[in-house]
Design a binder for this molecule. Structure first.
Ligand code: RB5
Length: 149
C-alpha cells in the first residue's frame, strides 16, 4: 500500500447505510475517507456514482475506491468503463483478497442486497489488507490494460 491512504466511497440509494458502515470501519483503520455520496436516500442512477468514484481513483486523487449498489454489479460495470480502473464485485473475502493479489484491482464493489454488514466488512478488510503479487500476474494485468504489445 502507498504511504498515502486515501480512499473514495460512493454508492447508489440501495447502499447508503452499508456505505456509511464501510466508511466508519475503514476510517477507524486510518484511511482518509473521501465519501462522495449520495447523502440522501432518493432513487438515483448508479452509473453516475460509479464513474465519479472511478475518476477519483484514475486521476490519482485516491489510491483505492469502494463502491456499492444493490447487487454491486451495475456500479462496477460503470466504474470499469473509466480507463485504468480494475474493479471487481465480491461477496466473499477470498475473492476480495485475490482481486488485489492477482488482478491488481484498485476498486472493490459490494452488493448491499447480497451481503450483510459483517460479511461486507470482512470483504473490505481482505481487499485492503492484500497486496498485488506482480510477476506473472503483472503480465496478465498488462494484457487487460492493452499494454502487451
Ligand atoms: C437499484 O434498484 C439497483 O438496480 C441497483 O442498486 C443495482 O443493483 C444495479 O446493478
Amino acid at each position: 500500500m502507498t504511504a498515502s491512504k486515501r480512499i473514495v466511497l460512493s454508492s447508489d440509494h440501495a447502499a447508503i447505510e452499508l456505505r456509511q458502515a464501510v466508511a466508519n470501519h475503514i476510517a477507524a483503520k486510518g484511511w482518509e475517507v473521501v465519501d462522495i455520496g449520495p447523502k440522501t436516500p432518493e432513487s438515483t442512477h448508479y452509473p453516475i456514482h460509479g464513474k465519479a468514484a472511478a475518476q477519483a481513483v484514475a486521476s490519482g486523487d485516491c489510491q483505492m475506491g469502494i463502491i456499492l449498489c444493490g447487487t454491486g454489479q451495475g456500479i462496477m460495470m460503470a466504474a470499469n468503463k473509466v480507463p485504468g480502473i480494475r474493479c471487481g464485485v465480491c461477496s466473499d473475502a477470498f475473492s476480495a483478497r485475490m482481486i488485489r493479489e492477482h488482478n491488481n484491482a484498485n476498486m472493490l464493489s459490494i452488493g448491499a442486497r447480497v451481503v450483510g454488514e459483517g460479511q461486507a466488512l470482512d470483504i473490505v478488510d481482505a481487499f485492503l489488507g492484500a497486496e498485488f503479487e506482480g510477476g506473472r500476474h503483472a503480465t496478465r494485468v498488462d494484457m487487460i490494460e492493452g499494454q502487451d504489445g
